[in-house]
Design a protein around this ligand. Structure first.
Ligand SMILES: Nc1ncnc2c1ncn2[C@@H]1O[C@H](COP(=O)(O)OP(=O)(O)OP(=O)(O)O)[C@@H](O)[C@H]1O
Length: 274
């Protein structure tokens, strides 16, 4: 099957003097898959996604999306991708509906189509009453639902989700997980970045672990489990990133906060970074 996303020797540093935050990533993704893209804070996940979205250009190596090099064809592919960023930037003075119309216009959608889809998707997510209310009056979860709807309204073929369920209630999380499975079954490709290991473990067809700008594991959850002789994805993740000192760090953290030396743990030099 022709890959929908390809990264070849992807390297990146912010500024000409800075350290490389991506150190040669090679990845090929086929359509219809859910890729769990995980790694510790600062591993380079958002940087990779921003490169694919065309938000960062100073990279080395090549990125092909829908078979086209995004350096040479930086515009057309964007019509076919959707994105839920980690931190939503929403225009608070607009209503949810106005925001969707703004996004729909960017994708040259028909006004009737935006209205019909907006009404139905708001209703399905249980926030139908809020469609014409100002975003400033939305709760965190409602804003997140709006971001999810906005990322999907133009029926994209690739979706980049960065912590998309943050703030969603348990029922909405169930809807969202089932929705991802259904979209993947219809051939959409989902790049899913999250620190919630239980969800990544359950929904991903393939898990890519990034550590210090390099891919340190790539395969189905079962393959990762087998290779690392560990149980849950959380345990596999700890092993791959060489992290075993959460109790000691927590104890020392508590000691610093409370001043109670009895609880102090033995933290490895460098804290979390071993
Ligand atoms: N605009 C920037 N300028 C300079 N350095 C940056 C910039 N954005 C990210 N970095 C650095 O690049 C590295 C990778 O950051 P990135 O945001 O890609 O990590 P991440 O894996 O998404 O982390 P998190 O899980 O915390 O979101 C980090 O060392 C970060 O400090």
């Amino acid at each position: 099957m022709t890959p929908v996303i390809e990264m070849k020797g992807l390297r990146m540093r912010y500024g000409s003097e800075g350290p490389y935050v991506l150190n040669g990533i090679d990845l090929s993704v086929t359509p219809g898959s859910i890729i769990g893209y995980i790694g510790p804070n600062g591993a380079g996940k958002s940087t990779t996604v921003k490169i694919m979205l065309g938000m960062v250009q100073d990279y080395e190596g090549d990125v092909l999306i829908f078979g086209e090099n995004i350096r040479e064809n930086p515009v057309a592919y964007k019509r076919r991708i959707g994105y839920v960023p980690e931190a939503a930037v929403l225009y608070d003075s607009l209503s949810g509906f106005e925001y969707l119309r703004f996004i729909g216009d960017l994708y040259d959608m028909e006004a009737d189509d935006i209205t019909a889809k907006g009404e139905q998707l708001f209703e399905l997510f249980g926030i139908g009453d809020a469609l014409h209310h100002r975003i400033s009056s939305y709760s965190k979860g409602m804003k997140q639902k709006l971001m999810i709807i906005a990322s999907l309204i133009h029926n994209p073929d690739i979706l980049f989700f960065d912590e998309p369920i943050s703030g969603l209630d348990a029922n909405s999380v169930m809807i969202f997980k089932a929705l991802m499975q259904q979209l993947a079954r219809q051939g959409k490709t989902i790049f899913y970045s999250s620190h919630i290991m239980e969800v990544v473990e359950k929904i991903s067809h393939r898990i890519v672990v990034l550590h210090q700008g390099q891919v340190v594991a790539d395969g189905s959850f079962e393959m990762l489990q087998e290779k690392n002789h560990e149980g849950t994805l959380q345990e596999v993740f700890n092993q791959l990133t060489g992290f075993h000192s959460h109790e000691a760090i927590a104890a020392s953290f508590a000691q610093v906060v409370t001043g109670n030396t009895a609880a102090a743990g033995t933290v490895p030099e460098g804290g979390m970074l071993k």
